[in-house]
Design a protein. Structure first.
Length: 184
């Protein structure tokens, strides 16, 4: 809960006292965590295991698919297909995995929202994942243009390399959330 130094109107719902989290965000986290469905999920070990399994499996599909394409762009993997064909085959699964991963992640977050919402490692994880997803969109949109060139441009290789680094960082941050925060 460190890092909040903003001061707004004292009695406002948006008031942020020195060193304290914003009241509105705190209240939203409390409401989410107290939702009857979320409470039921938290109390049901089978549901919790199923949600975690979906979360991890969808992350494997997501990161694995992006890695295959990034390695192709970097010229490290085989060239059986051009990158556009590979992207066309992989991205429907990528976006399905993003959807499942986001939904399962939200459900996992919701069970301990009050604890997670102001944890810096959790915030870092979310930021890295969002940045990695932005790079996935860039790759998906740019691959057809890159494939039209006689050689893979340096720009494409840089984007693919940064994408790989971001996904590795996202996985590491995800593993570190419970290890560093003690939550989960």
């Amino acid at each position: 809960m460190e890092g909040f130094r903003v001061s707004v109107m004292e009695n406002s719902e948006f008031a942020v006292a020195r060193g304290q989290p914003p009241k509105m965000v705190q209240r939203l986290a409390e409401l989410l965590q107290q939702n009857s469905f979320v409470v039921w999920l938290n109390g049901n070990p089978y549901a919790a295991v199923a949600i975690e399994a979906v979360h991890y499996f969808s992350m494997f599909v997501l990161v694995g698919s992006i890695t295959i394409l990034d390695l192709q762009i970097l010229g490290v993997s085989g060239r059986r297909h051009n990158s556009t064909q590979l992207a066309d085959r992989l991205f429907p699964g990528v976006w399905a995995a993003v959807t499942l991963n986001s939904l399962s992640g939200l459900l996992m977050f919701a069970g301990q929202a009050v604890s997670y919402v102001f944890t810096s490692i959790f915030q870092l994880k979310v930021a890295v994942v969002l940045l990695a997803l932005l790079f996935a969109v860039i790759v998906q949109r740019a691959v057809p243009k890159w494939d039209q060139m006689p050689a893979t441009p340096l720009e494409a290789r840089i984007v693919a390399f940064v994408s790989l680094i971001l996904w590795v960082a996202a996985v590491i941050a995800g593993v570190q959330v419970p290890a560093i925060s003690g939550i989960g």
